[in-house]
Write a protein that binds this ligand. Structure first.
Ligand code: TA6
Length: 289
């Protein structure tokens, strides 16, 4: 099972996109996993990948943007977070858009392995569109079966934030959430912004406006469409220590802000399609609060 190497950018198992103005993103075919995003205006990597990350042979990479489908976490009978992140996807299109954006489409069809786990026919397309200071990731699910199915899903984005003590997430004030660390209790977030001071694992329910993530290395507007929930997760020291694929202190350098559909499974009739996307836009660091 290969260890993840950030320096190998031309490996045959990954795709590197470059926008007209020099932004770069790298996507592994394994999991259609975005593992790197560097907008044109930044010198810092914007996605966290653990120094202990491994991938392949059923192991999901710790960091980047795992594609979660058809089951979020352990909310169902499947393996945790479903199988999309541990399947090898196929590149089906790559193009430059008229505005200079670089785009790639990776696809996954139901196959013997997925059918044995989840008996449905589907096609999944993951579309990554890189503009100079924006990364758009869209997951499209097409029910190619003769009967309906339902699923939960997420883009489990790990942001590289540099210092968890100087990181805040704005845009969730007044929203209800399910607190996984408190036995899935419902709560209302009255705080002006989310700041981690210990382990945090929340599913914010229902649609909301733009979120803004601010840290020493990050000032990013986060928008989602199609996905109706937002998951915010940091395992803190005890969680990092318990994970074999994360160094004990790496919780200080990451925060997951996930576009998700968790509480209400998406229902797809035969022949129907669903699309969910998360768009990250880099903002100048100097206007950070
Ligand atoms: O999205 C948050 C979460 O469901 C957490 O509860 C935590 O377990 C995390 O995902 C990571 O899951 P993983 O299977 O990648 O270890």
């Amino acid at each position: 099972m290969p260890a993840f190497s950030a320096s190998t950018t031309d490996a045959k198992d990954s795709i590197t996109l470059t926008s007209e103005g020099g932004a770069q993103a790298r996507i592994l075919l394994y999991g259609a996993h975005v593992v790197s995003w560097q907008p044109a205006m930044r010198t810092q990597e914007q996605l966290f990948v653990s120094s202990e990350a491994r991938y392949g042979d059923g192991t999901a990479l710790r960091g980047g943007v795992p594609v979660i489908f058809p089951q979020f976490a352990d909310r169902g009978p499947l393996t945790k977070h479903g199988f999309a992140r541990i399947q090898v996807w196929r590149e089906t299109r790559r193009q430059t858009l008229p505005d200079g954006a670089a785009e790639v489409v990776l696809s996954l069809r139901s196959n013997d392995v997925t059918r044995a786990l989840w008996p449905h026919e589907f096609r999944a397309d993951f579309i990554v569109t890189l503009r100079d200071n924006q990364l758009e990731m869209a997951l499209e699910i097409h029910n190619t079966d003769s009967s309906p199915f339902s699923f939960t899903s997420a883009l489990h984005t790990y942001f590289a934030i540099g210092d968890i003590d100087r990181t805040r997430l704005d845009g969730l004030q007044g929203r209800g959430y399910i607190d996984k660390n408190a036995g899935n209790q419902e709560a209302l977030d009255e705080a002006a912004y989310v700041q981690c001071r210990g382990p945090l694992d929340r599913v914010y329910t229902g649609a909301h406006d733009t979120l803004t993530l601010s840290s020493p290395t990050q000032h990013t507007a986060i928008n989602s469409e199609g996905f109706v929930d937002t998951v915010v997760w940091n395992p803190w020291r005890e969680g990092s220590t318990a994970m074999a694929d994360m160094a004990d202190d790496e919780y200080q350098a990451m925060l997951c802000v996930e576009a998700a559909s968790v509480m209400e499974p998406v229902q797809l009739e035969r022949g129907q399609r669903w699309r969910g996307s998360q768009t990250l836009a880099a903002l100048p660091l100097e206007v950070q609060r």
